[in-house]
Ligand binder design. Structure first.
Ligand code: HQG
Length: 180
């Protein structure tokens, strides 16, 4: 694993799940002082130059993190399990979204629907390729197609995170179809 990947994984853990693991103070919108993060990286034995952190933020394939406009603060764009105030944009989803998962979860998903599990929301992908990349993290990917039209009609809220991931609270089985 490269230093950049190590830093990225460490940041994911601190900024999504456990700021207290590095003694970081997080505000209600998930922001942490950039300076404090650099100090915490140093304490972990990871590179603590702003340029390194900036490369992790800017260079991340999935845009997992963002700086505030003045670069004083940093946060994860989504994926939190700690409580943060949602300031994701409510948005009208396209008629079809996708969820990438693996075979061993499908039976349960088709009974319970998609649940957020440890996260705040169910994460949905705008296209099959992206969903496949999400599923493949756990094994042979299985793609579920989500019919959003019915859900929106029923009043479900959708949010578009800064990096193109669609978020919603729950997707019932009736809106899901397995595609192979
Ligand atoms: C499954 C990564 C059984 C669900 C990715 C998934 C994504 C159920 C797992 C982002 C279930 C949760 C999110 C049910 C859902 N029964 N299993 N009723 N409902 N599941 O990681 O969508 O690298 O929390 O199918 O690329 O896999 O973190 O969600 O397999 O964008 O930036 O429970 O995380 O991005 O897993 O991934 P996760 P996800 P990052």
């Amino acid at each position: 694993m490269s230093e950049l990947q190590k830093t990225s994984k460490t940041l994911s853990y601190w900024l999504r799940h456990s700021p207290e693991a590095a003694n970081l103070k997080m505000d209600g919108e998930g922001w942490v002082a950039t300076k404090a993060v650099l100090e915490a990286l140093k304490a972990e034995g990871l590179p603590d130059a702003f340029e390194h952190l900036s490369m992790v933020v800017m260079g991340s394939d999935k845009k997992r993190f963002e700086f505030s406009a003045d670069l004083e603060c940093i946060r994860a764009r989504q994926g939190h399990s700690v409580t943060v105030v949602a300031d994701w944009e409510p948005a009208d989803p396209p008629p079809t979204l996708f969820h990438g998962t693996v075979d061993r979860f499908v039976e349960s998903i088709l009974v319970q629907g998609l649940l957020p599990q440890a996260r705040h929301h169910v994460h949905l992908s705008p296209d099959i390729e992206t969903a496949r990349n999400v599923g493949i993290r756990r094994g042979k990917p299985v793609i579920l197609q989500v019919n959003t039209g019915k859900l929106v009609e029923d009043g479900a809220a959708f949010f578009l995170s800064g990096n193109g991931v669609w978020l919603t609270a729950h997707v019932p089985p009736s809106a899901l179809r397995r595609i192979d």
